[in-house]
Design a protein around this ligand. Structure first.
Ligand code: XIL
Length: 361
């Protein structure tokens, strides 16, 4: 008799568990690996439902080869930036060679899935060997820079709607970074880069992008002076990109200063490369505790809340740099364990994800 009861009971338990899973959208707790139900605003909400665009920087290789990564990007984000595929060395590795494959794949993926495509970056200090070794007078250098910018912008015209035109032109002391462009062309290279990009696609929104707004008042001031100067001279600039490779314990006051002072320029504001170390002292043995994950979530929330308070018309969006803790550039670059993003290496939402949603509540 008992045997007749056990089977239906088992079936009922299994059925209710699967239903519960579907409804509550369980989150794999990154801290102790147990399943828990993270109470999302509504079971169906994703980052796509935020009141401004939320994006991520992506890798063409991962989109091709990793179905989970691809599905997560499709599901969550409304804007994409190529992590590396549109950099000078990736697109233009030799003087007469352009390599569009990876960048085109990302742009096609964005278009097919209704996502905005943001271009990164037309001018930066990291250049391929042929540029470092190039010899020529000022006119030849101007031609080199113009040809690169205009070939790239023209190639993606109508498919890439905004560009980081100049990236990281200010150094740690607030001076102009002593890069190859400054050496060959002087400080006017910055104005020229914007003008060349604008000529090639007058509809594209053009950004100056840099880091340090959150932790270096000296650098922040120098960047704002540069950007205001561009505006005053009538250089075609539409926006400012705040990279925000930030820390879980960066004081709130610094975050507020960074975001509100950028908004005071009147330009569009893009938090363009958001990630958040929980290991700023590069401790090789650090483990990711629940406390750390919650502190990180609170800081994500504060950033989003502060950003959401600037005028709506200036909210270009927030882009995270990479997608999950598993593909973040931080651990490899700084040679340390770290967990900087809103998704864990198993593609599950972390407390930081909820922090982002909570920032606009
Ligand atoms: C980083 C990429 O994430 C790495 O894969 C690459 O090795 C180096 O560049 N600021 C920027 C980005 O503007 O382009 C950088 O991206 C991170 C810092």
């Amino acid at each position: 008799m008992k045997h007749f009861l056990i089977l239906p009971l088992l079936a009922f338990v299994l059925f209710s568990c699967s239903k519960r899973t579907a409804i509550l959208d369980p989150i794999l707790n990154p801290v102790n690996g147990i399943l828990r139900d993270l109470p999302l605003q509504s079971p169906k909400s994703t980052l796509k439902d935020m009141p401004f665009k939320v994006g991520a920087s992506v890798s063409a290789e991962l989109l091709r080869s990793n179905p989970e990564y691809r599905a997560l990007v499709m599901k969550e984000f409304s804007s994409l930036t190529a992590e590396n595929a549109m950099k000078f060395w990736a697109l233009h590795p030799e003087e007469n060679t352009y390599n569009w494959k990876d960048a085109d794949e990302i742009v096609d993926f964005a278009k097919a899935n209704g996502k905005r495509m943001h271009g990164h970056t037309l001018n930066w200090f990291e250049v391929p060997g042929w540029v470092t070794n190039f010899s020529g007078d000022t006119t030849a250098w101007e031609n080199l820079m113009r040809t690169h910018i205009q070939t790239v912008v023209t190639h993606f015209k109508g498919r890439v709607s905004s560009w980081d035109v100049v990236n990281e032109a200010i150094d740690e002391n607030g001076g102009y970074r002593n890069n190859i462009w400054l050496q060959k062309l002087g400080i006017s290279y910055i104005d020229k880069a914007f003008q060349y990009a604008h000529e090639a696609d007058p509809n594209a929104l053009l950004f100056y992008n840099d880091y340090g707004h959150d932790y270096s008042p000296i650098k922040r001031t120098a960047i704002l002076n540069l950007v205001n100067g561009l505006k005053e001279r009538g250089v075609p600039i539409n926006g400012i990109g705040l990279q925000f490779h930030t820390r879980y314990n960066q004081p709130d006051a610094d975050i507020t200063s960074a975001i509100t002072s950028a908004a005071a320029t009147g330009l569009l504001v893009h938090i363009s490369e958001l990630d958040m170390t929980v290991n700023p002292n590069s401790d090789k043995n650090l483990t990711y505790t629940a406390t750390l994950a919650e502190q990180q979530a609170a800081k994500y929330k504060f950033i989003v809340k502060t950003y959401y308070a600037i005028p709506k018309a200036q909210q270009f969006g927030i882009t995270t740099w990479n997608v999950t803790d598993g593909d973040s550039w931080i651990p490899g670059t700084y040679n340390r364990p770290d967990w900087p993003l809103p998704f864990d290496a198993n593609y599950k939402r972390k407390p930081a994800y909820q922090g982002i949603l909570d920032g606009v509540k």
